[in-house]
Every structure is written in C-alpha cells, then in structure tokens.
Write a protein that binds this ligand. Structure first.
Ligand code: DGL
Length: 265
C-alpha cells in the first residue's frame, strides 16, 4: 500500500464535509481528496439515470487519475442510486452513505421517525428496503427537503439564509398524519448535519437527530486498519467546475484541512 494514496470523498457539494469531519477525528494522518461535483449540484432533482451516469463517470476518472486507496460516496442521493454500480465498475473499496434508519429505529421512543432527504433519495427502493428491514414496527415519515441543500451551501459560503427554509422542512414532516409524534429525525442527506443547530431550533427540544457520519468514519478506519499514511502534499478540494462562488468556500475548505483547490480537467 502506497502511504500517500488518498482517501477520496465524493459529494455533489459541501455536504460530504460532514462525513470528512468525522473521519478526520479517527484518521487525522490520512491524505484526503475531497471531490465536490459542483458542476452537477444539486443531485436531488435529477433522474436516477443522470445521477448514476455522473457518479460512475466522475469516480472512474478520479480514481484513474488519483489512485485512491478507498472511495467514500459521502452523498445519500448518489449512494442510494449508484453504490452498487460504482462497486461493479471500480476495483477499489467503496463506502457509501445511506440513511441512518437502523439507529433511528433503535432510539425512537414514540415509534414515529421523520426522514429528511433529497427528492431523489426519499423515493429510492434502497430506502424502502432499509425501512422494511429495520423500521417495520415503526412509522417512517419522509419529506423531500431539497431547499436545505442550497441553505447548507450558502451557510458554508458565509451567506445568510432565510430561516423560513428550516421551518418549511420541519413543517413538511410535522404536518403529515402522525407527524406530531416524531421524536427522531434521520438526516438522510450529508448537507443536513451542517445545519444541525438550525434544525434543532425549528424542531424543538424533544427531537433527536441521527446521521450516518460517525458510523462511516468507523467503517473507513476499520477498512484501512494497519495501512501506512503519509502526506506528500496538502489535502485537496477537487471541483468539477470553476465558478465564482468557490472563493466564498475557501475558508470552509481550509477549516476542513483542504489547503489546495483544483478543478478536474
Ligand atoms: N449531499 C447530497 C446527499 O447526501 C445531496 C445534495 C444534492 O441534492 O446534490 O444526498
């Protein structure tokens, strides 16, 4: 194993930073490439075919060019649609990010769980299977809160966000039959843990939030156990499109230890 081979994180935007943050706690020495498909953001409104084609194509190019030791698809939309396909075509360990329905089912007391994801994620058969396997004795209410993706992107650029966006996400779950009893909310999009404080405010003190980031970090640490890690250069933020909003993200990337920026050629 080449000690400089990076872990490659992939998302449509900044959402995967919520996963990278947890991985840094366990593997601070690991060289990292954080890839954001800002040219394809947002994935939530796209079709399955479009997301699958982008994710498979980009990860193929990136893995050929950067030879990662492991790829983490730090995006629920991409994972629930394309995890199997990516595993079929790439000969590198792939860790996906799927809605944390299992831990939510274990901790809910009321038996009513809310799930916030993108429009594409909440309609996936993958989510139906997780519900059937782990939450069949619970009630799972789903809401497509795609607006929160833009809110997280804006927040991490240091821009202000209209608080009505958070209120609409909470109402989208609360206003469904049984929604009053929700005591646990699955943040099924990696952008959403970046808005935890704002979501806690609109849902109120009786609601707990779960996401998969800490579990993914443990899985990556397990898969790379015993491997040597050495950085030959500063960690990289890799974008798919040059655009003006990138400037606003530089402090956020630096905060997550990403000191170099490159646009995929
Ligand atoms: N962060 C992504 C996820 O976890 C999706 C955001 C988007 O719509 O692009 O689902």
């Amino acid at each position: 194993m080449d000690a400089t081979a990076p872990l490659l994180f992939f998302d449509s935007g900044v959402g995967g930073l919520s996963v990278l943050g947890e991985v840094r706690k366990l593997l601070p020495q690991a060289p990292v490439i954080y890839a954001a498909d800002n040219g394809g953001l947002p994935y939530g409104p796209k079709s399955e075919a479009e997301v699958a084609a982008r994710v498979c194509g980009l990860l193929g190019r990136m893995s050929e060019r950067f030879r990662p030791r492991l790829i983490c698809i730090a995006c629920n939309t991409a994972s629930t649609i394309a995890l199997g396909m990516v595993r079929d075509v790439l000969n590198v360990p792939i860790v996906g990010t799927v809605p944390a329905i299992k831990p939510a089912a274990e901790i809910t007391r009321s038996g009513v769980i809310g799930l916030l994801g993108t429009a594409a994620t909440i309609r996936q058969a993958y989510v139906d299977r997780l519900e059937a396997e782990f939450a069949s004795s619970k009630r799972l209410l789903r809401f497509a809160a795609g607006e929160l993706v833009g809110a997280a992107e804006a927040k991490l650029r240091g821009e202000s966000v209209d608080p009505a966006i958070y209120a609409r996400a909470a109402a989208g779950l609360r206003d469904q039959p049984g929604g009053d009893a929700i005591d646990t909310v699955v943040l099924a999009c990696t952008h959403f843990p970046l808005l935890l404080a704002e979501l806690q405010t609109v849902f109120g003190p009786g609601v707990q939030f779960v996401d998969g980031a800490a579990g993914i970090a443990r899985r990556i640490a397990q898969l790379t156990q015993g491997q040597p890690f050495a950085r030959s250069e500063p960690d990289l933020a890799l974008l798919t499109r040059q655009d003006d909003s990138l400037q606003g993200l530089l402090p956020t990337f630096a905060h997550y230890g990403l000191e170099r920026i490159e646009v995929l050629q």
